[in-house]
Design a protein around this ligand. Sequence first.
Ligand code: CA
Length: 232
Amino acid sequence: MAKIDILVVEDEVALRDMLQLVLEQAGFEVRAVGHVQAALEALKHHLPDLILLDWMLPGISGIDWAKKLRRDAAYSDIPILLLTARSEEEDKVLGLDSGADDYITKPFSPRELIARINAVLRRFGKGETPALIQVGGIVLNPEERKVEIDRKPVNLSPTEYRLLEFFLTHPDKVYSREQLLDRVWGRDVYIEERTVDVHIRRLRKILAEHGRDTMIETVRGFGYRLTASPQT
Ligand code: CA
């Protein structure tokens, strides 16, 4: 399984280095930056599995940024764990109101930090052996990267697999080509939006062999959606 990827945003150099070391030792992939502007740049290239975000940052505070992320469809489902030196109860509430998924108060032990991160990841269905994903007779096994439809094996290229996995885990929501590029191909890759159409066509062709091609709907002017019960 790919490593869990954590973006650390902390302005205190000593603490940032410590966090990076502790997280890497725990087996996470880590990128660490000192302010929100650098974090935004990092997000443009790659979406992390979790953001460890310091409250008090120069410029835009961690809280204000968390609020912004929650309102942005491209980033709204990245879990955020807030780091804070404040411990007053009202501050904790304010922190969670901001859209952070949990908080941890400085000072904390490495063990406490890792436990808190794992708890948030579990809540988001990350970091554990994933369960089978089943939608409309399609069964996807994320661990073995295998797909079956009506118990018959389905052969997919890596891209078609990731595309189908994304749709199956985000059913009934419409995604634009740009969003699909970000979420399925990743932001490191510079390809044209029509590439999405090409792969959708291929995926539909494969699904058609199993009578499931209508599950992927074109929503004119918006993009694509997977629906478990297509209107045909
Ligand atoms: Ca700080």
